[in-house]
Design a protein around this ligand. Sequence first.
Ligand code: FDA
Length: 312
Amino acid sequence: MLDATSKALFHGLAQVETLQRLASKYGMAPGSGFARRFIAGETVEEAVAAVSDLPGKGLGLTLDYLGESVSSAEAASAATDDYVKIIHAIVASGAERNISLKLTQLGLDVDRATAVDNMRRILEPADANGFFVRIDMENSPYTDATIGILDTLWQQGHRNVGTVIQSYLKRSAADIQHLNGMGARVRLVKGAYKEAKNVAHQRKSEVDGAFVELMHLLLDEGTYPAIATHDPNMIAEAKAYAKSKGYTSDRFEFQMLYGIRRDLQTALVKEGYRVRVYVPFGQQWYPYFMRRLGERPANVAFVLRGIFSDRG
Ligand code: FDA
């Protein structure tokens, strides 16, 4: 995890339009685009083809149709239509029925009711076809609304839906207790956004310490939690804790991002753990991609090499 300054830098760069235009032109070029390391394709068909080897390696997957911060009801409705089509395309492809999405993609910035209605439109075909739907967690102004919308959907009888909790947020233990009480599935992550000191831990040691405590809460009392990290120390802590408590490896799963630490993903499967890969795809890949660069400066060198070799 990088410090807050690097996150802020990449957050700023993500807003620069010229960079965005350049990246869109070169990033996903067929075959050689530098963003392809992290983004599985621009269409669901491309993404499903890119990850067709995962089941053979014993890896699960969740497909994420990239998009966020939609500002009109029409755009949110169009994204919802896309998701419904994607659900049917996943069913037709035979890929695993597991998707992740963001509420600002479904109109949370327009109003709460729009996001709830669009979620229902997605959950209808998702429930009918045995999907699990994970609501990703965005930055802290959306935390209350995200958990509140999950509560609403839960009260309406939707059970194949869960969300994400970030260990950098100081409120997270209370949120996990609430979600554990409901029986909702939680994915635990460190947190990818730039957050202020009053709401979020800033130092890696604090974020990691909180991650371990929250992981204990989830393994003890949660419903099939996902421990989502590439950090070998966090993974070792989870394995050791589960072992000390006699928890079997089917009680939880590890999750990692597409294109990151593939070696670790397959090593865990060989040790008998469940591992799911989060597979992003779509044309709106730029903000996601910039968050991945912000996590690790070495990725910038990787991208620059890609750009020059693309043109050379
Ligand atoms: P940390 O950042 O400490 O990195 C540990 C090690 O992992 C690094 O030393 C490096 O080896 C490797 N690594 C980490 N990031 C890398 C990168 N970008 N490129 C290459 N190597 C890298 N966040 C959020 O706020 N809301 C969400 O809904 C989600 N959803 C989500 C799903 C899944 C499946 C995962 C794995 C992660 C998320 N995240 C997320 C992102 C998460 O909050 C966090 O930003 C990243 O996982 C990076 O943190 P790590 O736990 O990997 O540790």
